[in-house]
Write a protein that binds this ligand. Structure first.
Ligand SMILES: CC(C)[C@H](C(=O)O)[C@@H](O)C(=O)O
Ligand code: SF4
Length: 467
């Protein structure tokens, strides 16, 4: 028998019933809940009269639809107001732990899970949200589920699941100056495609991965879903353990020691066999920028907008033509010449303290171009407080950024923070499809320091020129 992968170990230890053929009933240790994906899931309990099986294993927060300024004012959009109010009623009715909007633990669901220690290695964690893959950075099995599945978790704390195939992505060679993990994942997706991970649970490994901070590992796993994989994981190690130690919901004392004994057994065995294995050299990368309407349509900032007429595959050429028409770009145009109107620094991809530090390092002593409106939206109240404690807000404000309260904000625009039609944005978020940040809005996905560089020069810019 070959050894087991990290994914297999967690899958096996959480199988309640094996149906055969890769189908199993799997136990869910943790369920994160937000306002957008769960109204029907609570309604399912209301309708069936089923009790919530383990309220204490849920953690709810309103993050997508909440305002990031004028927090106390009535939410303008009726849908957003209703979603937030519904969540509050539902958590009160079913006794679910709830993180209040004005609390010091508030934030984007994928930022506060790790921060509080709700996210733990070796566990199975789900949420009605595709970017749940973020939590896999801790060596847990974390994936997004649909609204009816959220209802099933409420009622049973279990889900019937199909086992994924396994893929190991070895990131090797380290990161050159000015290149971040965001550039790595964008470059990887542009190589393997948005379908490259479909059907696979990805484990990121290799010396580049091992050297990453927890925050950077979260950015990496966050975007596994943009490569089509519901699961992105990193084996837990000393970096993981020291991040978790002392977090409010992490085990303490003897429980910590007991947990550690298990967590140390989680990494894939040396003789584990993966269904697919790829190696990606990160030492040769330049900062990346997306030019199209999928994260796959990305290139080095030193390059140009591609010319569909030179692409042999007619379907691919057509997709590029369509993207360029929407994005208002011309083949051959230098990426670093594209002017931007807006800059958004935030989201569960890049709204953590390190991200704000990286952006502030570029902004220090500089000012946002007169043609640009820029906002910084911390991923959580704790990130915001930590940033303020080290004076980062002053750097953002002095540079001409707005300094907002935590939430998903312009990543998805459900709270009214949107682009206007035709506006172009350098954004640290993870999705760039048509209308993602507002109807007719144009998104360029970049790292936090690339976003800061674009804010300063008023165009997409190679941040290495400003370092
Ligand atoms: C609203 C929510 C269900 C959605 C998701 O599933 O990811 C959102 O968070 C997103 O990023 O598009
Ligand atoms: S920040 Fe963006 S990607 Fe993350 S959960 Fe919110 S809307 Fe989804």
């Amino acid at each position: 028998m070959p050894g087991k992968t990290l994914y297999e170990k967690i899958w096996d230890s959480h199988t309640v019933h094996d149906f055969g053929g890769g189908e199993a009933l799997v136990y869910m240790d943790r369920h994160l809940v937000h306002e957008v994906s769960t109204p029907q899931s609570f309604a399912y309990l209301d309708k069936t009269g089923l009790p919530m099986r383990r309220p204490e294993l849920q953690l709810a927060v309103a993050d997508h639809a909440v305002p990031t300024k004028d927090r106390g004012a009535t939410i303008k959009s009726e849908l957003a107001r209703k979603q937030v109010a519904r969540l509050k009623e539902n958590v009160a009715k079913y006794d679910v732990p709830y993180v209040a909007l004005d609390g010091d633990r508030h934030g984007i669901v994928h930022v506060i899970g790790p921060e509080t220690g709700f996210t733990l290695p070796g566990s199975v964690l789900v949420c009605g949200d595709s970017h749940t893959s973020t939590h896999g950075a801790f060596g847990c099995l974390a994936f997004g589920i649909g609204a009816s599945e959220c209802g099933a978790v409420f009622a049973t704390q279990c889900l019937r699941q199909t086992k994924q195939k396994s893929m190991r992505v070895n990131l090797t060679g380290g990161l050159p100056a000015g290149v971040t993990v965001k550039d790595v994942i964008l470059a990887l997706i542009s190589e393997i495609g948005t379908g490259g991970g479909v059907g696979y649970a990805i484990e990121f490994a290799g010396d580049t991965t091992r050297a990453l901070s927890m925050e950077a590992r979260m950015t990496l796993c966050n975007m596994a879903i943009e490569a089509g994989s519901r699961v992105g994981m990193v084996a837990p190690d000393e970096t993981t353990f020291s991040y978790l130690k002392g977090r409010p919901l992490a085990p303490e004392g003897a429980d910590w020691d007991e947990a550690m004994a298990v967590w140390r057994t989680l990494p894939s065995d040396a003789d584990a066999v993966f269904d697919k294995e790829i190696t990606f050299d990160t030492s040769v990368l330049a900062p990346q920028v997306s030019w199209g309407t999928t994260p796959e349509q990305t290139g080095a900032v030193t390059g140009e907008v591609p010319d569909p007429d030179t692409i042999a595959d007619p379907n691919r050429a057509e997709r590029i033509r369509k993207s360029l028409a929407y994005m208002g770009l011309t083949p051959g145009q230098k990426l670093a010449d594209i002017p931007v109107d807006r800059v958004f620094i935030g989201s569960c991809t890049n709204g953590r303290l390190e991200d704000l530090r990286a952006a502030a390092a570029v902004l220090k002593g500089r000012h946002v171009a007169g043609t640009v409106a820029a906002i910084a939206v911390p991923g959580s109240a704790a990130v915001r407080a930590a940033a303020e404690a080290e004076g980062l807000h002053e750097v953002f404000l002095a540079a001409g950024f707005e300094w907002r309260e935590a939430g998903c904000s312009m990543c998805v625009g459900m709270n009214g923070d949107t682009l206007e039609a035709g506006q172009r944005c350098a954004s640290t978020s993870n999705r760039n499809f048509e209308g993602r940040q507002g109807t007719g809005g144009r998104t360029h996905l970049v790292s936090p320091q690339m976003a800061a560089a674009a804010a300063v020069t008023g165009r997409l810019t190679d941040v290495r020129d400003l370092l």
